[in-house]
Design a protein around this ligand. Structure first.
Ligand code: PMP
Length: 393
């Protein structure tokens, strides 16, 4: 049917990852494509236990509407957990959202008029780019290296660009590159945002999944003016199916997020919030995170080792100290969209890196996920991928 859709729909396309994920549903496909947690680590028995307890103890409340800001005991617990990121806040600084993805959409709704500029890392998280696209902004990508976004480049752009409205970053085990920002860059970013009076959106789903080294303080830790909006989530440390995340911000800024939350869906699911709250009360989430890290570290080690052994030397890749992804750069003449088709013939999937650059280019890159496949499939998959790369060289 040819309906008269809103102009904003012109820029909204099916996500390449979603399309790929459909193919990867086939059991024979070894998928390094999605950002899916390992399902065998989901605490199913514990969730059964807490669900029964929540319904037994406060069944009618759990099935009722609740406040837009979120379930108060859970907000308090989230505020306490923000200490891990070096952020000292209270429950009043937390809005519970439907995943951190919702916080990204709200960011667009709150800050972006058509043609406003979003500054992001190059590359950046595809899901955020797609969420922002609904508000018809322009993207300015800032080059990155192993220490995160290049501050000299950012400074040049800020000096010379009108209409910048938001700086969006993923400083810990970035999706897609797996890289983590240095502390100096975090401080410098806040300094520049202060100078140009800009909000920083710090998207941090992976920071707690650190396999080695010290966890740096969040960018929000260096925020003295209340301009950093921190987005957190239980998706990668607990389970994504409950769809619970949070926005941590100050005063008026958080109020704007609460206002749009009300318009979007009134509140996050009451029963999901009570379940997570009960889990945090009765079980040890940090102990659970340790188990996740142990498994993912082994998978990362094996993937990187196999890539080192099997990939041609001309392929470079990152060494993430945590999180879910590594990022590979191939010789320039290899287009990873073609490589993805070839690899799929061998039943191996990954995400071509070009999709993570809002202004295009960089078609010789790819994102590989190591959290979702068991060790045997990781080795077989990387070997097959190496064969496909060699065929294209
Ligand atoms: N931000 C980043 C960088 C992500 O990788 C993801 C999930 N893949 C999200 C946000 C959204 O996660 P959720 O909505 O499940 O919290």
């Amino acid at each position: 049917m040819n309906l008269n859709y809103a102009k904003r729909m012109d820029g909204i396309k099916a996500s390449e990852i979603r399309e790929l994920l459909k193919l990867t549903q086939r059991p024979e496909v070894i998928s390094f494509a999605g950002g899916l947690p390992a399902p065998e680590l989901f605490p199913v028995e514990a969730v059964k236990d807490i669900s029964t307890e929540v319904l037994d103890e406060q069944g009618t409340k759990a099935l009722q509407y609740g406040p837009t800001e979120g379930y108060e005991p859970l907000r308090e617990k989230i505020a306490n957990r923000m200490n891990k990121f070096g952020v000292d806040v209270e429950a009043k600084n937390i809005l519970v959202t439907s995943g951190s993805q919702q916080g990204l959409d709200f960011t667009g709704k709150i800050f972006l008029n058509k043609d406003d500029v979003v500054i992001c890392e190059s590359p950046s998280y595809l899901g955020a780019l797609n969420a922002f696209k609904a508000y018809q902004p322009k993207f300015v990508e800032i080059p990155t290296d192993n220490d995160g976004m290049r501050m000299d480049e950012l400074e040049k752009v800020l000096e010379n660009t009108d209409n910048v409205k938001v700086i969006y970053v993923i400083p810990d085990f970035q999706n897609p590159s797996g890289r983590t920002w240095s502390i100096e860059r975090r401080k410098k970013l806040v300094e520049l945002a202060n100078k140009y009076n800009l909000p920083i959106v710090e998207d941090n789903p992976y920071g707690e999944l650190r396999f080695e080294g010290e966890m740096p303080p969040a960018i929000k830790h260096f925020d003295t003016e209340g301009r950093v909006i921190f987005l957190g989530t239980f998706s990668k440390t607990f389970c994504p199916g409950l769809r619970l995340g949070w926005t941590c911000a100050d005063g008026d800024v958080l109020n704007k997020y609460i206002l749009v939350k009300q318009g979007a869906d009134l509140q996050a699911s009451t029963i999901s919030q009570m379940q997570v709250d009960k889990f945090l009360e009765k079980y040890d989430l940090d102990e659970h995170i340790e188990k996740i890290k142990e498994v993912y570290k082994k998978r990362r080690d094996l993937m990187l080792k196999t890539m080192k052994e099997e990939f041609p030397e001309c392929v470079e890749f990152t060494h993430p100290e945590g999180g879910l992804f590594t990022w590979a750069i191939l010789p320039e003449h290899i287009n990873t969209r073609d490589l993805a088709k070839k690899a799929l013939e061998k039943n191996v999937a990954f995400v071509p890196g070009g999709s993570f650059f809002p202004n295009g280019g960089n078609e010789n890159t790819m994102r590989l996920n190591y959290s979702n496949m068991d060790e045997e499939r990781i080795v077989i998959g990387v070997k097959r991928l190496a064969e496909s790369i060699k065929e294209m060289l």
